[in-house]
Design a protein around this ligand. Structure first.
Ligand code: PMP
Length: 292
C-alpha cells in the first residue's frame, strides 16, 4: 500500500510520525475545532463553505489559526496531491496547541494544524435504499448558551454520549432533542422530515450545527421548487412523517426507516429522499475547488 502522508504543522509526515504533544489542549481538553470535508472526483466539495465555518469557529473560540485562508487551502490541495486522492474524506483539525496542564489557552503559544485524508466507506449503497434504524436519546443537545452547536468544536462528548446510547439500543443513528423537547439533529448529521410533500428541517438556533450538506439540500429544494420550511418540530412530527432523512458530509443524504420503533412511511427510503440524494450527487463533483 502506498504511504499515507499527513499534514502536521507545516510538514508532511507519515502516519507513524504524525504525533502531537500530550500537552496539546486538543487532547487534554477537547480545545479546538475541526472540519470533515469530501473530495469527489478531484473536486473538494464546498471547500469555501468548510473553510469559512472553520475560521468562524476559530474566531468564536478566540483560536488563532497560524495559516492564512489561502495557505490552508494550499495545504489541503497539497495533502490530497501527495496522497493521490481523487475521492475520499478530509479531516482538518486545529487544536489550541501544546500548553501546560492548566486550562488557560494563553499558555498555548501556537495552535496545531493537522490534515488527514483517507478513503471513505461509511454506508453501503444498500443502506441508502433500506434506510437507518434510529432512536431518540435522553441526552440533550448542548445548549447554545453553554457550548454553541454552531461551533464545530473538538469537544464531541455530547455527541459521543448520544452515540453510546444509540449503540446500546442497536440503532444506527440517534436523534437528539433540545431541553425544550424540540428535535435538533443526529449525533453527526442534520435531520429533515417530509409530510404531504413539505420538507422541514429544524432551525439551527434550536441546537444544531449549520451543516454544509443541510444547506446544499436547502439550496437544491429552493432551486428545484420543493416546498421547504425551517421550523421547530417535535418527535411526534418525526413519527408521523412520510419520510425522514439525515444529511452530513460523510452520510450524504440517507433515509431513516425507523424511529423509536415507529416505521417511517413504507419502511425504506422514500421517493423524495432518493430524488434529493440523486440531485445532491449530481453536484458534488462540480461545486467546490477542483484539485485534479
Ligand atoms: N451535525 C453534527 C453534530 C455533525 O457532526 C455533522 C457533521 N459535520 C453535521 C451535523 C453535518 O454537517 P455537514 O453537512 O457540514 O457535514
Amino acid at each position: 500500500m502506498a504511504e499515507q502522508w499527513i499534514y502536521l504543522n507545516g510538514q508532511y509526515v507519515t502516519k507513524e510520525n504524525a504525533v502531537v504533544s500530550v500537552y496539546d489542549h486538543g487532547f487534554l481538553y477537547g480545545d479546538g475545532i475541526f472540519e470533515g470535508i469530501r473530495i469527489y472526483n478531484g473536486n473538494i466539495f464546498k471547500c469555501k463553505e468548510h473553510l469559512d465555518r472553520l475560521y468562524d469557529s476559530a474566531k468564536s473560540i478566540m483560536l488563532n489559526i497560524p495559516l492564512t485562508y489561502q495557505e490552508m487551502e494550499d495545504a489541503l490541495v497539497e495533502t490530497l496531491r501527495r496522497n493521490e486522492l481523487r475521492d475520499g474524506y478530509i479531516r482538518l483539525v486545529v487544536s489550541r496547541g501544546a500548553g501546560n496542564l492548566g486550562l488557560d489557552p494563553n499558555r498555548c503559544p501556537k495552535a496545531s494544524v493537522i490534515i488527514i485524508v483517507e478513503q471513505l466507506a461509511i454506508y453501503s449503497e444498500e443502506a441508502y435504499k433500506t434506510g437507518l434504524k434510529t432512536v431518540s436519546v435522553s441526552t440533550k443537545r448542548n445548549l447554545p448558551d453553554a457550548l454553541n452547536p454552531k461551533i464545530k468544536s473538538l469537544n464531541y462528548l455530547n455527541n459521543i454520549l448520544v452515540k453510546i446510547q444509540s449503540n446500546l439500543s442497536g440503532a444506527g443513528e440517534a436523534i437528539m432533542l433540545n431541553s425544550q423537547g424540540y428535535v435538533t439533529e443526529g449525533s453527526g448529521d442534520n435531520i429533515f422530515i417530509i409530510k404531504n410533500g413539505v420538507i422541514t428541517t429544524p432551525p439551527c438556533y434550536l441546537g444544531a450545527l449549520e451543516g454544509i450538506t443541510r444547506q446544499a439540500i436547502i439550496d437544491i429544494c429552493n432551486e428545484k421548487g420543493y416546498k421547504l420550511k425551517e421550523e421547530p418540530f417535535s418527535l411526534h412530527d418525526v413519527y408521523i412523517a412520510d419520510e425522514v432523512f439525515l444529511t452530513g458530509t460523510a452520510a450524504e443524504v440517507i433515509a431513516v426507516r425507523e424511529v423509536d420503533g415507529r416505521i417511517i412511511g413504507e419502511g425504506h427510503a422514500g421517493p423524495i429522499t432518493l430524488k434529493l440524494l440523486e440531485e445532491f450527487r449530481s453536484v458534488v463533483d462540480k461545486d467546490g475547488l477542483k484539485v485534479w
